[in-house]
Write a protein that binds this ligand. Structure first.
Ligand SMILES: NC(=O)c1ccc[n+]([C@@H]2O[C@H](COP(=O)([O-])OP(=O)(O)OC[C@H]3O[C@@H](n4cnc5c(N)ncnc54)[C@H](O)[C@@H]3O)[C@@H](O)[C@H]2O)c1
Ligand SMILES: O=C(O)C(=O)C[C@@H](O)[C@H](O)[C@H](O)COP(=O)(O)O
Ligand SMILES: [Zn+2]
Length: 355
């Protein structure tokens, strides 16, 4: 299946094949950079290797350490240094083989190197296949504030091969599933009703679900690529989710991005119920399903003040108030909502009360 974004690039959902190599050959790149982390080098590079070897184009491999803690300026500098060392120039293409961390950071490194070289996203996690690889948000965490340094720049192509998911750890698969739930909650009520029947993620046939989820993302970013309005819907669960993720990032009990977004979706649904028309029963359904999939991890009350400070850094904020995307109903998101610190704290306590 192929989806086109703003007539600029194609998202292909298909096994990697000769036709991908044909596309690369037609671009006549002077060379390819392949950015991997330690896990995608081991598990995913073997699937790309036949293309690289058949390509008759020089390529260089850049390895970075895996995980959110390494989505930093320091790692980005390593990528730039390696690019210089390999003699990468404007006519090269950067192939980002990995999850959202590699896609965001490798994309950012490419989009800024010598004012920008082409890049292709090869997402290898569920999260990056349904969400991170599409829409051109690139960047790194700075001083532990999520994605606070970055740019919008589109890839030349997005190649989604569901075969990569075969080696993905179960916890990572579950994390990515949070963005699938998010897409349904903001824009696809029938999908939300279907997802609630999913109890065993190992039994899911992912290709169809990826296609449906990524087409929601595609449709939103095409309409509002720079997040002036509607795109903020994709941030449902993230005002609180990012603050929780950042606050816990350096500790033992850190949460993966999707796990933190699941906490955020529960808390922000609470605010939606308190301030908008989201019904009590709808709040209960969202809460129950997220807890069924993700379980419960109590948030440290001592950290609430820092979490509020992190929310004040949220990129959606326009004035002094903290900006939220909320739900009027499952499938109907409303952007540019605000909530007072008291209500936000109430929503965090609501989450904690669920244990
Ligand atoms: N740009 C966007 O629009 C956007 C959207 C959503 C999330 N994000 C960002 O994405 C990041 C999270 O992405 P993620 O969940 O993919 O995390 P990730 O990139 O850290 O990957 C998760 C883990 O899985 C490993 N891995 C990746 N593919 C594998 C495979 N096929 N087999 C085995 N192991 C594999 C990685 O090495 C890593 O350890 C966050 O930084 C988040 O902010 C960006
Ligand atoms: O693509 C978007 O827009 C999103 O908000 C998707 C989110 O799932 C993703 O986590 C994104 O990186 C968040 O962006 P940010 O601007 O809030 O850092
Ligand atoms: Zn996200």
């Amino acid at each position: 299946m192929t989806l086109t974004v703003s007539q600029e690039y194609d998202i292909r959902i298909a096994p990697l094949s000769e036709s991908h190599l044909d596309w690369l050959r037609r671009q006549r790149y002077a060379g390819w950079v392949v950015v991997v982390d330690e896990h995608t080098e081991r598990h995913c590079l073997p699937l790309l290797m036949p293309l690289l070897e058949a390509g008759q184009t020089p390529y260089t491999l850049i390895r970075v350490p895996a995980g959110e803690r390494h989505k930093t300026l320091a790692t980005c500098e390593t990528i730039w240094q390696e690019m210089f060392r390999a003699g990468v120039g404007r006519r090269w293409c950067c192939l980002n083989l990995g999850g959202g961390v590699i896609g965001d950071m490798g994309g950012f490194a490419a989009a800024t190197f010598k004012r920008g070289i082409d890049f292709v996203q090869l997402p290898t996690t569920l999260l990056s296949q349904v969400d991170a690889s599409v829409g051109g948000k690139l960047g790194i965490d700075y001083h532990e504030v999520k994605n606070s340094i970055g740019v919008f720049a589109n890839p030349r192509a997005v190649w989604i091969d569901p075969a990569f998911l075969r080696t993905l750890p179960a916890r990572e698969l579950r994390s990515g599933y949070a963005e699938v739930i998010k897409h349904a909650l903001i824009a696809d009520r029938p999908q939300w009703l279907e997802l609630q029947q999913v109890t065993d993620l190992d039994a899911v046939e992912w290709s169809n679900l990826i296609a449906r989820s990524v087409s929601i993302k595609r449709e939103v970013v095409e309409e509002d690529p720079h997040e002036r309005g509607r795109r903020k819907a994709l941030n449902f669960g993230h005002t609180i989710g990012h603050a929780v993720e950042s606050h816990l990032l350096m500790g033992e009990d850190r949460l993966l991005h999707g796990e933190a977004v699941a906490v955020g979706m529960i808390a922000e649904s609470y605010i939606s119920h308190r301030q908008l028309s989201l019904g009590r029963e709808e709040l209960r359904e969202i809460t129950d399903y997220c807890l069924r999939v993700y379980g419960h991890q109590a948030l440290p009350e001592a950290g609430f003040k820092e979490m509020l400070a992190l929310m004040r850094q949220d990129k959606k904020n326009e004035g002094a108030e903290i900006n939220f995307t909320l739900l009027e109903a499952p499938g109907r998101a409303v952007v540019n909502q605000t909530a007072t610190p008291e209500v936000i704290l109430e929503s965090l306590r609501y989450y904690n009360s669920l244990r």
